[in-house]
Design a protein around this ligand. Structure first.
Ligand code: 7TS
Length: 384
């Protein structure tokens, strides 16, 4: 028995995903894009089928735009170390926000140091992004806006459409970090018109070790690869190499074949569950959990009153988030305490950590009741 409320960290995996991994390893384990024997063909076919599934999932323009990576972190780093290094010059501006996950802050700090570009932030105003000054923040010097879609700490979905439109007016590119949104909603990159979109498989029922970088074809074609090695080349001689076509140019070496195939099974599974159901169910859980938590004395819930997301972060008075979470573990409840890899946002609230409950479609109201009951018991234990 386990009450798992740490889905923003990673989701649980359905049987069909685990079976897809087992089936690959036990029935047709071979490298992709190389062999010409039957199981190598099968592995390549299954691997490439997932590219089509991802392309359909996000309504991308073509499979050429879909690059398999190890996760959101690697996807953002590829954009930073390829597009960033090639296109940013001294005095250019990169715009991110104060609520980014560290994986959408640190790569840009590294790149701004390398290129002389200036890193600017859309600040927080109370519990949301302050877009009042957006027309100053997005200006002729802005070359890239990289923005989190759904917060992993606050119940917020950011108005990325508005930001994308403004960025495109000044000719800037936009990267959307969809790590937290893609498990919960239909995303359409043609409709959004974002230039890059990044996400991880493991937060959407897929295995760890696989993620996606979507990029518009004309942008990817003009980017240099970050990693060199097998598969990403067209020709190699002793003095130079030429690159394979996209997306293979960005997939050096043996990829995470089993994980990609597992991601395909996860996508099928989620399509079956349905994003409408997921959104509706998670939103009901959020509303119920919020109203139950609000009854707890001295609780501070972070974020806007109207929670649009799938997470609730809070602290209770003098109690350490870590103590409470460790004691809740004794009741087989898994929630996270910490800064959630978003230290600048923690600074905005003048805290170093919070407790975070994050839901997915398999969570239930009775789990929330059990959580509240155990939380009250835990507080009593500490008080004694
Ligand atoms: N961006 C966002 C918005 C995230 O929430 C995360 C992971 C990442 C990027 C990085 O994803 P990765 O798969 O490359 O690690 N967020 C969390 C979290 O909230 N708790 O653990 C990981």
């Amino acid at each position: 028995p386990l009450v798992y409320f740490d889905n923003a960290s990673t989701s649980q995996k359905p049987k069909c995903v685990i079976e897809a991994l087992t089936q690959f390893y036990s029935e047709y384990n071979a490298n992709v894009h190389r062999g010409i024997y039957k199981i190598a063909d099968a592995a390549t076919e299954e691997y490439e089928k997932v590219r089509i599934k991802v392309n359909n999932l996000i309504n991308s323009y073509s499979e050429r735009s879909i690059i398999f990576t190890s996760g959101t972190t690697e996807s953002i780093n590829i954009v930073a170390h390829s597009w960033g290094v090639e296109n940013l010059r001294k005095g250019d501006e990169i715009l991110i926000t104060e609520m980014e996950h560290h994986s959408n802050i640190v790569p840009w700090q590294i790149i701004s140091k390398k290129t002389g570009a200036i890193l600017r932030y859309i600040p927080m105003r109370d519990d949301i992004l302050d877009l009042n000054n957006i027309d100053n923040l997005i200006n002729n010097r802005t070359k890239l806006v990289s923005i989190i879609h759904q917060s992993n700490v606050l119940g917020i979905i950011n108005p990325i459409r508005e930001v994308i439109e403004k960025a495109h007016k000044v000719g800037a590119k936009v990267l959307v970090d969809a790590a937290q949104s893609i498990p919960h909603m239909n995303l359409d990159v043609q409709n959004l018109e974002c230039d890059f979109l990044t996400f991880s498989g493991h937060k959407m029922c897929g295995p760890t070790g696989v993620g996606v970088l979507f990029g518009k074809e004309n942008i990817l074609e003009n980017m240099d690869p970050v990693f060199g090695g097998g598969q990403m080349i067209e020709k190699v001689s002793l003095d130079k190499s030429t690159w394979n076509e996209i997306p293979f140019k960005f997939e050096a070496g043996t990829p995470n074949i089993a994980q990609v195939i597992g991601l395909g099974a996860a996508i099928d599974y989620l399509m079956n569950v349905g994003f409408d159901f997921i959104r509706e169910h998670v939103s009901e859980l959020i509303q119920y959990a919020t109203s139950e938590l609000q009854k707890i004395e001295h609780i501070t819930i972070y974020g806007p009153n109207q929670n649009q997301g799938s997470v609730i972060s809070f602290n209770i008075d003098k109690y350490s988030a870590y103590d409470l979470v460790k004691l809740l573990d004794c009741y087989n409840i898994a929630v996270r305490a910490g800064h959630h890899c978003v230290q600048p946002l923690m600074n905005h609230y003048n805290i170093s950590s919070s407790i975070r409950k994050s839901f997915y479609f398999y969570n239930t109201k009775s789990e929330i009741n059990y959580f509240i009951e155990c939380l009250k018991k835990t507080i009593k234990i500490i008080d004694h």
